[in-house]
Design a protein around this ligand. Sequence first.
Ligand SMILES: [Zn+2]
Length: 373
Amino acid sequence: MNNLISCPHKLYSPFRNCSSRILKQALTSVILLLIGSFLSGCTTIAPDTSSSCKLFDVPPELTSDALRDSAISLFSPALKGKKFYIDPGHGGDDRKNKSPNGLVIEADINLKVSLYLRDFLLKSGATVYMSRDKDKTVELKERTNLANQTDAEFFISVHHNAPGKPSDRFTNYASTYYHATEEEYEHHPSNRDLARYINRDLAFNTGTPAGLASFDGTISDYLIYPGDGFSVLRNINIPAVLVECTFFTNLNEEQRLADTMYNMTEAWGIYKGIGKYFRANPPTISLKNKTIKKGNLQLKLEINSKQPVLLHTIKIFNNKTLLSDGKFSLDKNILTVDLDDAFKRETEVKVIFSNKAGLSNLPFKLLLTPEVN
Ligand SMILES: [Zn+2]
């Protein structure tokens, strides 16, 4: 563990080197303390002389096994039994993304962060599948094919970022992608909720700002590939996000990424985001029953939500067409949906809503096959 890296002066351009920067800071602190003491005549706060170009702070929970395990025990009840599929991006034949000074290769740091994340989730009682747990080639299509063949419930792809302009050494932020945009049928808002939780804790734990493309650092993959999105998010059948932890192209970040303690810190941020999301209880929907009466197919859907459902957010799709408000009603936790003669044809029903806590339901899709009345 080495999180104190000696004064890389090029990282802090406002001052030519760290020692002069620290000297100026120390001098300023002493002057301020003297003024403060003179004015108040009482308590003073001793300056922290230990700080010297520290590239990152280790989260307090990771400073001892006991503290880490205690933090994990807080998330275990919400994560126990959940099944995750972690996808460390690139690897094998695909190792071309290198940091400017060659300190790290994206494929390797993706794997390191993913393995730490796997360990945190396993310790919480979750099941974890991985597209790779070593340096090997896994084609893009194969990643989602493999995941779709498991009983995994949530898909997390782990990457590190690079800017559009190759000479850009300044850009560095944390961002988390979800599939499609609100206007698209393919979009599901709960993916964005999960992305929000992950990105917030990732940014906080690594001390990296959230990306500016949105206010919370979450980004639709349609921003990168309009109408298409990322392959892994487009072809997966379960809730999914893709995390672009930080930029391996940034000179400061490159040094942090070369420190395994920092990779663990990144994983910790992602883990805490996941843990907090499930502790917040994302609402779910299940089918209670379906009946056909007088040529009308009626569904009774049971809503499981700790917070009241916001009526105006309910959207029900019948074969991708939005049902009008008159076709459904909510009584306590039962959502009644009238689908007219939908029993005569293959029908896909999709329901989304948000609750008062601002959380959307986990995806609910029901496939109905034609029935005889
Ligand atoms: Zn990548």
